[in-house]
Design a protein around this ligand. Structure first.
Ligand SMILES: [Zn+2]
Length: 361
């Protein structure tokens, strides 16, 4: 028993030594390749800068403003050699460190295709060798601190149970109605609302907002009171309720928002004023981007999701699904993208004008 263990121990030690040797050799290889690459890149950069200097001094008039056109680089360093060096380096790193190094391989491809304009980031190779992710390490997404709650209106099934129309209200309303449907596309409103909401989340997140969604799928059971509660629980700065409209006449089109009246009994004066401003800004921002008509906003105090809100709130009616053009627009990728750009601009505009509501409950 003892002897066997000893044998195993020796075997293990030998294995470890072999492992260390292999890793050491690989490490040296990486170092050499990376070093060689850096040198080549440095040389290329130096040559480019020399060229740029001579261009700036007026020797060559037709060099682009940056002085870093593709042909400039191709002249100063053999792209195939550089690409090969990069490939070799990335292969070694991939094989040994098992690190994902998309930057390196993308860079190599860019070089080979002659697309390279900017010098390789010096630390991308170093990070690749240590397995760090440069984008997360160096460019952490700086949030702007604002929280936006977005509610994609309606859901697959309506909720027929009643709920109070506002806090302490005796006026009871249906939990969630079924919404409309495209007269021409046949697409349900809840689907369009969700499509736009998901795109808007991405757009706002990219602009630094923290976004909270009431729903991310259609098959939920969530009343309007519950949706407003989600916005409150999220401590949202604004609550956007995304909807599509419909009318008896197919000729009616345009964008409008619902806002509380100035005498809404459930909301504070500040929330009312800001909700009215938010409604104006969102409507105008969408129309500005899409070219749709801006209709008069509607001021009503019978909207459950507005009355239960505790922050500035609006219902954006993005267009009429009973109108052919707007039905097609609302259900198209391009139309939704335009709407989302407009709404995201509106959110920016609102916060730049009004900032955060400081009033504590
Ligand atoms: Zn609706």
């Amino acid at each position: 028993m003892r002897k066997k263990n000893k044998k195993l121990d020796i075997l293990m030690i030998l294995t470890i030594i072999a492992g260390v040797l292999v890793l050491g050799a690989a490490g040296t290889l990486i170092g050499l390749e990376a070093g060689r690459l850096h040198t080549e890149v440095e040389t290329a950069r130096a040559e480019r800068e020399a060229k740029k200097a001579s261009a700036d001094s007026g020797e060559s008039a037709d060099v682009s403003e940056s002085g870093l056109s593709d042909s400039n680089l191709t002249e100063s360093v053999d792209p195939e050699a550089l690409a090969a060096a990069l490939r070799a380096t990335s292969d070694v790193i991939r094989g040994v460190a098992v690190a994902a190094v998309p930057n390196v391989s993308e860079y190599a491809d860019a070089v080979q295709n002659g697309n390279l304009v900017t010098p390789i980031p010096r630390n991308s190779l170093e990070n690749a060798a240590t397995g760090e992710n440069p984008t997360e390490e160096e460019n952490p997404t700086e949030g702007n601190g604002f929280i936006v709650c977005i509610d994609a209106g309606h859901e697959t099934h309506q909720i027929t149970d009643l709920e109070p129309n506002g806090p302490n209200s005796e006026n009871m309303k249906q939990g969630v109605t079924s919404g409309t449907q495209g007269s021409w596309s046949g697409v349900y409103e809840y689907q369009v609302n969700l499509d736009v909401t998901l795109k808007l989340r991405d757009a706002l997140t990219a602009r630094g907002y923290t976004v909270v969604l009431c729903r991310e799928i259609n098959d939920v059971t969530m009343s309007n009171v519950q949706r407003a509660q989600i916005a409150t629980d999220a401590n949202a700065d604004i609550f956007l309720r995304i909807h599509c409209n419909s009318a008896d006449s197919s000729s009616v089109d345009g964008v409008l928002c619902y806002a509380p009246t100035s005498s809404n009994p459930y909301l504070s004066e500040e929330v009312i004023e800001r909700s009215q401003a938010l409604s104006r800004i969102m409507r105008d921002a969408q129309c500005e981007e899409t070219g749709q008509d801006a209709l008069d906003n509607l001021y009503q105090d019978d909207m459950t999701g507005i009355n239960w809100a505790t922050m500035p709130v609006t219902i954006v009616e993005m267009g009429f699904m009973s109108n052919y053009d707007e039905d097609m627009f609302l259900t198209s990728e391009d139309g939704q993208d335009q709407i989302v750009r407009g709404l995201a601009n509106g959110v920016d505009e609102y916060f730049s004008q009004y900032g955060r509501m400081e009033t504590a409950e």
